[in-house]
Design a protein around this ligand. Structure first.
Ligand SMILES: Cc1cc2nc3c(=O)[nH]c(=O)nc-3n(C[C@H](O)[C@H](O)[C@H](O)COP(=O)(O)O)c2cc1C
Length: 166
């Protein structure tokens, strides 16, 4: 069974959750940025778990990322804008027949869902959901993650592996 966890992350919160999910799924599973998860790496994946932050009430748009790049010098921590958006990664993804799951990091009260948008796009490409879109919560605009979220992410990864019969 070949599973991959793919993420978009600008301040590290989604990347940290992705690593915890991968650890929960199994020792041989890696968390990859959208730049690392090339067609070759994901070919034949039985399970794709994809995650992104909720920015501007949405799965980050190219316009939102341009705004972040323009504002980078004012951020408390410089954003990592070195990898493609999840939106662009999904647009380039070929049709598949495996299973899918999605997650987002976000502030608890916000409207909108990046994870539901991701799962919808994966379903449209032919992947069948193995779980409901999942959310993990940060304490402030740039993080850090709420206490216990990494443990919850790892446990969710283990649940996904069970649901996959891994
Ligand atoms: C410019 C900006 C816009 C944001 N917009 C939202 C939002 O609409 N809803 C929300 O819940 N969180 C919002 N957040 C919080 C991020 O979703 C949160 O910090 C997320 O964990 C960032 O993920 P990353 O560290 O992986 O980049 C925003 C943060 C920033 C910096």
């Amino acid at each position: 069974m070949h599973a991959i966890v793919v993420y978009e992350s600008h301040w590290g919160n989604t990347a940290a959750i992705a690593r915890a999910i991968a650890e929960g799924i199994g020792t041989e599973v890696r968390a990859l940025s959208t730049a690392e998860a090339t067609g070759e790496v994901i070919a034949g994946a039985d399970l794709i778990v994809a995650g992104a932050p909720l920015l501007g009430f949405s799965l980050p748009t190219e316009g939102m990322l341009k705004g972040i790049a323009g504002n980078a010098s004012k951020d408390p921590v410089a954003p990592d804008l070195s990898h493609p958006s999840m939106r662009a990664w999904l647009d380039a993804l070929p049709r598949g027949s495996g299973r899918a799951a999605s997650f987002e990091t976000r502030i608890w009260w916000s409207p909108g869902s990046a994870a539901k948008a991701i799962l919808g796009k994966l379903e449209a490409l032919g992947c069948r959901p193995v779980a409901k879109a999942q959310r993990f919560v940060v304490q402030g605009k740039y993080g850090p993650l709420r206490d216990g979220e990494l443990e919850r992410a790892k446990a969710w990864g283990t649940e996904l592996a069970k649901a996959m019969g891994m």
